[in-house]
Ligand binder design. Structure first.
Ligand SMILES: Nc1nc2c(ncn2[C@@H]2O[C@H](COP(=O)(O)OP(=O)(O)OP(=O)(O)O)[C@@H](O)[C@H]2O)c(=O)[nH]1
Length: 332
């Protein structure tokens, strides 16, 4: 089964479920914690008020940032907002003793939700290290040990919890966007990727070409050799398409024996060379029962005057012409 290609950005991005969790976290903070911060300011307790306010700002900022920019990577929280919060937390511990420690617990949990796993681990370890001199000087060793035990347990449990959610969500997301037979992308992300390709073309004038691909007389393969043999042909062709494309390209099975490839940074000439190469490679593959499948391919280069639907339609029309001209053809 072909593996879906993930770009570096896909790999660094937080899963969609984390976006929702952070929006909800922001809402919970707004309702439950912000009034607490205001109350502290009113009572003149600027340290506690400021600390809570900064943590809330951190979550609000990230939540807002995620609405406008889906690829949040946790850097703002790691490099800017958390150091400020930790500075205040240290002073709180110096000033209030054991009461100051209490705010570390929600912080350890929140950090796991708003940063990537490695950043969260570093950040939480740093928090404990920063507070250590004060913990050791203020409390006797057995009590200090209990504090460390509880801080580490809360940090580790929340990290475990977040990782289980992210893992499940990644699996579900992968299932939702892939075709179960071939492992290629299905239609779900088609509009998003084609629109992104158009955006990138408009921004950088990078050429992009769509290749609409259809197996010729596939019904005959099914009828003569059975559906399971037809499935194996589909899987092998999907693997061929995946191995012949680059990491940035997107390969879809749109249904039945129909495939689509978004060829990034490829003009019509590059795409034609790619299509001819795929046809040649296919003719060299060994299939059961001496089946010799062929492909009809329609190509269309991106045109900034066209919408993504028109671009797709153009590639489909060329595919239709390839079929009409006798199949096993590339038309652009
Ligand atoms: N084995 C298998 N067959 C499928 C699958 N999905 C669709 N098909 C079959 O694909 C065949 C498509 O047939 P047609 O649309 O007539 O196309 P074709 O025979 O390839 O003819 P042309 O496209 O005109 O060259 C049908 O027989 C479908 O049953 C699948 O997942 N597995």
């Amino acid at each position: 089964m072909a593996k879906i290609k993930l770009t570096t950005d896909d790999k660094n991005a937080m899963p969609i479920s984390m976006h929702k969790i952070i929006h909800r976290l922001a809402l919970v903070l707004l309702i439950c914690v912000t009034p607490f911060s205001i109350a502290n300011f009113v009572q003149g307790d600027f340290l506690v008020g400021g600390l809570i306010f900064i943590i809330c700002c951190c979550i609000f900022y990230i939540s807002f940032n995620m609405n406008s920019q889906r690829q949040y990577k946790g850097n703002i929280a790691f490099f800017v907002l958390m150091p400020i919060a930790y500075f205040l937390m240290y002073n709180l511990l110096v000033d209030r003793g054991i009461i100051g420690i209490l705010w570390c617990f929600p912080t350890l949990v929140v950090v796991n939700f708003i940063m990537q796993q490695r950043q969260a681990l570093i950040s939480n370890t740093l928090l404990i290290v920063i507070l250590s001199p004060e913990i050791l000087s203020q409390f006797d060793p057995s009590f200090a040990l209990r504090i460390y035990g509880t801080l580490i347990t809360v940090g580790a449990l929340s990290s475990l919890f977040v990782n289980v959610i992210m893992d499940q969500q990644n699996k579900l997301h992968k299932l939702a966007i892939t075709d179960p037979l071939t492992g290629l992308l299905n239609r779900l992300t088609l509009e998003e990727h084609i629109s992104l390709a158009i955006e990138q073309h408009n921004r950088t004038v990078t050429p992009m070409t769509l290749a609409s691909i259809d197996i010729d007389h596939f019904k005959l393969i099914n009828d003569q050799h059975g559906h399971d043999v037809g499935d194996k042909v589909l899987i092998k062709i999907a693997e061929l398409l995946e191995t012949r494309t680059r990491n940035v390209d997107k390969v879809y099975r749109l249904g039945g024996e129909e495939f689509l490839i978004v060829l990034f940074n490829a003009n019509l000439q590059n795409a034609r060379a790619f299509a001819n190469n795929v046809q040649q490679e296919l003719s060299k593959l060994d299939f059961e029962y001496d089946i010799t499948p062929t492909l009809s391919i329609g190509l269309a280069e991106v045109d900034k005057e066209k919408t993504w639907e028109e671009w797709l339609k153009h590639a489909d029309e060329n595919l239709y012409q390839a079929k009409e001209s006798g199949r096993n053809q590339v038309i652009s």
